[in-house]
Design a protein around this ligand. Sequence first.
Ligand SMILES: NC(=O)c1ccc[n+]([C@@H]2O[C@H](COP(=O)([O-])OP(=O)(O)OC[C@H]3O[C@@H](n4cnc5c(N)ncnc54)[C@H](OP(=O)(O)O)[C@@H]3O)[C@@H](O)[C@H]2O)c1
Length: 319
Amino acid sequence: MKAITRTKYGTPEVLSIQTLDKPTPKSKELLIRVHASTVNRTDCGILTGKPYLIRAFTGLMKPSSLIPGTDFAGEIEAVGEDVQNFKVGGRVWGFNDEGLASHAQYMLISEDKAVVKIPENISYESAAVSAEGAHYAYNFIKKIPLKAGDKVLVNGATGAIGSAAVQLLKHFGAYVTAVGNTKNMDLVKSLGADKVFDYEKEDFTKDTERYDYVCDAVGKSTFGKCKPLLKEGGVYLSSELGPNAENLYLPLLTLFSKKKTIFPIPSNCKESVLLLNQLLAEGKFKPVIDRTYPMEEVAEAYRYVESGQKTGNVLLSFE
Ligand SMILES: NC(=O)c1ccc[n+]([C@@H]2O[C@H](COP(=O)([O-])OP(=O)(O)OC[C@H]3O[C@@H](n4cnc5c(N)ncnc54)[C@H](OP(=O)(O)O)[C@@H]3O)[C@@H](O)[C@H]2O)c1
């Protein structure tokens, strides 16, 4: 099989394509013929090994997995002898933020992990882009006691996390204000936003509306700047550590304040994949795809994602 590989942390130049043996499934594992995967910001973090904290999960001195990739959609080609819930020929997708070796024509995953059957009406591409950003977006929501009618502002609503956050917040009944760029105003409205800010033309922190939650899905603002937007009892959440890594310690410093911060440490990929699968099947989640690269152009795909300018998600095709 053809696989994207790297033996050290670094820039996209460390990536190459090799021919390797097709893996063999152990007792509870599925062998998947990968059709689509994404290059996402988690992949970029694992590629560079930065922030260094990530290396506690992906290998201290060098990557523990030769093959990168955190998400996939594909067809089951073989199953281990003790697999109960999946059959050869089934269409499946899944995610693991610590790495899945999915940037290859074939990969293995245990049936107990975050892997589910793709709904009949959903393509491999749509399934693959419903994993990474949506998982982190759902983690925002899981960390707060969101009620129907709560007002939430999402900064970076054009990113993978932000575009999923707008949709999931609407699904759970929130009133959503979305901040995005000029070219994607129509897209952001189509995701269900009740109100939009074009960050290239106006400063959302001057909004006179007050919010229960501000979700900085792109990590470009700060608690200090967003604090005036919060109601008393309001909470600021960010997908990034902040300019001085303050989002790590602000949750403690603001614990007894009227306006708080929470750093939404992600957990439980399986729960996210199950929820998104249900929403995809019911037509309640709109996957946002920016570009598709063939596996041969993987370095170019990483460079584009690292630019921080993608709209939604970037696909990698293994067809
Ligand atoms: N905490 C975690 O576990 C975790 C996991 C994954 C990712 N992350 C981080 O979360 C962040 C978001 O990830 P993502 O994949 O959703 O990002 P992304 O898709 O790369 O976000 C790109 C989008 O953000 C927009 N954007 C850039 N600057 C902006 C600004 N100042 N205001 C509003 N929008 C802006 C870009 O629009 P333009 O083209 O107009 O610039 C682009 O559409 C990244 O910083 C990533 O490193 C954290």
